[in-house]
Structures are given as C-alpha cells and as structure tokens.
Design a protein around this ligand. Structure first.
Ligand SMILES: *Cc1c(COP(=O)(O)O)cnc(C)c1O
Length: 382
C-alpha cells in the first residue's frame, strides 16, 4: 500500500485501489458509436472496424471482441503481429485484413492464422499468386488500388497492367477492393470527388466480385455515395470527431485520470519545473500529478494543457516531465489533497481538446497512451 498517499480523512488510496493513473475504456460507448455509424450507412453497406495499432491504443482484443458481439465481422489491422493478436480473440468467421500486406510474415503463417493480406502492388499480386498456386484452393486477398493517397496501393501504371491482364488474379479470391481517401476530413476538398470518380472508374474496369471499400470514418460522413459495400471506420468508433468542423456525432470512449502526489505552496519569485520556465508571480497552490510524457501526456502540453480537479480547470504550469506534471490548483475549493484524482480526459475535456492544446490530432493522443496506466474496461455487453 502506498502509505505516503494515505489520507485518513477520505481514505482515498483505498478508493483508488492504490493506482496512480487509470485509463477506463467505456465499451458500451464503443458499441454505441459503432451502431450509430452503422445506422448512417447506405443499405447493404457493411461496417468494418479498423483495430490497428492496438485499437488506437485502447486495446484491440477488448475492442474487437466487443464489436464482434454486436455483429461486426470485418476487421482491419496494420501488421501481421496485430492480426495474430486479434485472431486469437475472434472466431474464424471474422475476416481480418492486414493493411501492410505480407511483409512481416511468411505466406503460410497467414494461412495458419486465417489472416487476409492487403496486396498493395503488382509484385505483391505476383508473389501471392504463385504462393496460391502451390495450395489447393484460391487464397483470399484484399486488393488495394491507389486513387491519390500515394502511400500504399497499386499506382496507375500498375493498375493499367492489371486491367490488361486480370488473369493474374485467377488463383486469388479477391474479397475486397479498397482505396483510401486523403482529405476526407475536409468535406469541401476537391480531392474527395476526384478520388471517388477514380475509384468508380477503376473498380468498373476491373469488374471483380469482391466488396468495394472506400471510406474511413470521415469518408463515411461525406455521403452515401462514398459507402459502397464496406466502410472502414477507426477513429469514429473510438469517439474521435470524424468531421472536426461539425458537432461530434459520436461519444468519447475513455476516461483518463491521474492522482495528485502532493499539494504545495509556492511564493512569488519561485519557479516551477525543468528549465524554470514558469515563474510564480503571486502565492499559489500547486498540485504535482502522476502523469508525464512517458505516459503519452505529450511534452507539447507544457504550459498549455489543463487538468480538472473537483470540476475546476487547473492549468498545467511549467514543463511536462517524464512522470509528472504540475497544475495550478489555487482556485480549487476545497483545497485538493494528495491521493485525489485529476481528470486528464473525460467529462470535462475530450481527447480532441487535449490534442488541440498539444497541437496535434486526437489520433496521436490516443495512440500515445502509455503502458503505465491501470486499464479497466467497463460496460461489457453480453
Ligand atoms: C487507419 C485507416 C482507416 C481508418 O481511418 P479513420 O480515420 O481512423 O477512420 C481506414 N483505412 C485505412 C487504409 C487506414 O489506414
């Protein structure tokens, strides 16, 4: 037990179970977000879930299992490793697609774990086809054609060669033909419609039976013409706003809290933290809180972030250090105690609020969440 935090008056350590920081993932909200996205889809469109990067930091096993319970059968991960982890949590019926293709595992391993590679180039197609010919059945794949992102997927020249020789795909079962939008979070960006038209044209040229998949979270909100057969949201399932200029149609899914280690008085002329970047101009109360950049509390939040204690906004003063931040709690009444929680993300402050203070995206705040938090999952479905 952490005696130095013990506060006999409130017995807060006991309440907290001794945790210094806590990440709660509200699975009920994850489910609600998924279901509400599903409701916006064109008839017949399937809602896949992107669970790459450990479900954007929230925990891929918990999230994928939860979404499977409510009917999700299509999952995207970035790497083979991630796919293996998700496969262990899901029944064989779920299709798990590996966006980075088969760079990090042997072809036989894909079969062993029943994972489907995304083929991103002609050479991917060639090598997967020759593998498929050594097996007794057609091998499932996703075909990624680039329409303007220039990141992964068949570029124009390769696509044209494929169209002239679709026989290249004869030993493959193309489950999905996908492309990815570059500017979907800017609804008025002309690139959206350009990519849409190119995707239509190219998939029309190919005329393969697989599902067409084009939209990420933001793309899903561009209109039903972007939906095709399958959409691929990630961010919106986790509560990030898919269209930052509009009101968020989904709900935040995490609560992040860290505990106050110490409350201290500082006087005029003193400074706070590394680099003495903050100077105290009048007597103030400071709370040292157990979260730092090692936990993904980004260093760029130095002097601009805030936490909430007793419902009151408390600015972060001085630099964020590895394991701690210092907040100005002068205005908090009653005076906070060591052992009390400070809210980092939750009721008063969203992931996006923190991201904008840090000068980044909600995506980065979520995927930076550290390993030191005690993680709890609440609101499991049946
Ligand atoms: C990450 C990713 C998605 C999901 O994007 P969100 O913006 O999180 O919805 C969809 N498709 C591809 C190819 C991706 O890399």
């Amino acid at each position: 037990m952490l005696n130095f935090l013990n506060n006999p008056e409130k017995n807060l350590v006991k309440d907290r179970g001794g945790d210094l920081s806590l990440l709660e993932v509200h699975l009920d909200r994850v489910r609600l977000n998924y279901l509400s996205l599903q409701k916006t889809l064109a008839e017949g469109t399937k809602c896949a879930a992107v669970v790459k990067s450990d479900s954007y930091g929230l925990g891929a096993v918990a999230i994928a299992s939860e979404l499977y319970k409510i009917g999700c059968r299509h999952f995207y991960v970035a790497t083979f490793e991630e796919g293996m982890i998700v496969r262990k949590a899901l029944a064989g019926e779920a299709e798990i697609y590996v966006l980075h293709g088969f760079y990090d595992a042997a072809q036989e391993e894909f079969a062993e774990y029943n994972l489907i590679p995304v083929l991103n180039s002609l050479s991917d197609i060639e090598s997967w086809s020759s593998y498929a010919k050594t097996t007794s059945r057609k091998q499932s794949v996703v075909l990624h054609i680039d329409t303007g992102m220039n990141r992964l997927g068949l570029p124009t020249t390769e696509f044209d060669r494929l169209v002239n020789d679709v026989g290249m795909l004869s030993s493959l079962d193309v489950r999905v033909i996908m492309s990815h939008l570059a500017c979907a979070d800017e609804p008025d960006h002309p690139k959206n419609i350009e990519q849409l038209e190119l995707f239509r044209r190219r998939t029309g040229q190919l005329r393969l039976p697989g599902l067409l998949s084009f939209a990420n979270s933001a793309g899903t909100f561009l209109g039903t013409e972007y939906h095709f057969d399958q959409v691929r949201p990630g961010a919106a399932i986790y509560g990030l706003n898919p269209q930052p200029a509009l009101q968020n149609p989904v709900r935040g899914t995490i609560t992040l809290k860290a505990c106050i280690l110490q409350v201290r008085d500082a006087n005029k002329g003193e400074t706070v933290g590394y680099g003495a970047s903050y100077s105290v101009s009048a007597p103030m109360k400071l709370a040292t809180i157990s979260v730092g950049y090692a936990d993904g509390y980004l260093r760029s939040l130095s002097g601009v972030g805030a936490v909430y204690i007793g419902g009151q906004r408390c600015p972060v003063v001085g630099r964020v250090s590895m394991d701690a931040i210092v907040a100005d709690v002068t205005a908090v009444m009653p005076v906070p105690h060591s052992g009390e929680w400070a809210e980092i993300i939750g009721q008063h402050q969203t992931v996006e609020d923190v991201a904008s203070q840090a000068g980044t995206l909600g995506y980065e705040v979520l995927t930076s969440l550290g390993r030191r938090y005690t993680r709890i999952y609440s609101g499991h479905g049946t």
